[in-house]
Design a protein around this ligand. Sequence first.
Ligand SMILES: *Cc1c(COP(=O)(O)O)cnc(C)c1O
Length: 377
Amino acid sequence: MPRPIVAYISKSALQHNLQVVRDHLSRASPSPDTAPQVWAVIKANAYGHGIERAVDGLHEADGLAMLDMDEALRCRMAGWRKPILMLEGFFDESDLALCMDHGLTVVVHDPDQIRMLQSLRLPSDSPPLKIFLKLNSGMNRLGFDPEHFQQAHTMLRSMAQDGKIGDIGTMTHFACADEHGGMDAPLAVFRGATSAMDGPVSVSNSAAILASPALMPSQPGRVSWVRPGICLYGGSPFADQEAADFGLLPAMTLSSRIIGVQSLSPGQSVGYGYRFTADRPMRIGVVACGYADGFPRHAPNGTPVSVAGCRTRLIGRVSMDMLTVDLSDLPQAGVGSPVVLWGKEGPSVDEVARASGTIGYELLCAIAQRVRVLNSE
Ligand SMILES: *Cc1c(COP(=O)(O)O)cnc(C)c1O
């Protein structure tokens, strides 16, 4: 029998969360046909949920966005025919050839990529490459500064005249979309730099969509594309708001079982470093889940865990393959009892992350390869 730890992935939760995004967008749009298109972001193995499962669960998205060429090719192999956006574009000429062959849309964020495009020799029958040109609107990660953006755009346009390039969209990414007013300045920079351009526009991640769907630029004739990631998986992009507050459902439930029980007398301790010491008689459950499964090692005493449908707490240090929980108030729980580390009928991944000083994103992406993944319905 395999170890009892399983990550269950819910297709219906993915579908539901995509619909939550659509509902947000349509409430903010004057008519249904002006609602933005949705790039479902499935980078990092679909935030740990698996590329093929995400392609299936998010099949109603208008496009998929990711970073790795091999993930993009897996999407095509899984039958995805709609657009695919490569968020970091191409890394070398061989990628560029793959992008052409598989009809991938690429982000161009750096002068080197423009040089590679210029030296690209194409067979005359190749369809033109679709591009989103990325503006650095203040985050100072990827993208052209406002001063160099126009020039980059002009260079791409001249290649478009030669038929090498098709649509040229414009995009940016927000550093502080999860903070009140955090989008005002970058959006003004973006509008200033792109107002004279045409083609599609893409600006919003989950935080921007959920905080303020109305900000989506909707210039007439320009298709707007949003880029939700975490919310599709049922995670919250905000430190102070739960995903459930937006009607989102967890797409991943990390579950396991109790595989051992110990009784502690007052003064006895548990696990490495004796981080937890009982001050009264206690029952302790040992759960088959450790940091080698992706559970955060730095989760402190008190991190919520659900056992046999009841909420209890982690105590003692998380070890590689196991962690320990307090069963003192759960006399009905014992070896074999089901445990939910996060997800449906357990704490949210964001609660576990917050307790552990990180964000739900990191925990979802860090699910280890050795964890079995199954469909939950
Ligand atoms: C990851 C990413 C997103 C999605 O972000 P979420 O916060 O998960 O919604 C959107 N755009 C870009 C460029 C990204 O890298």
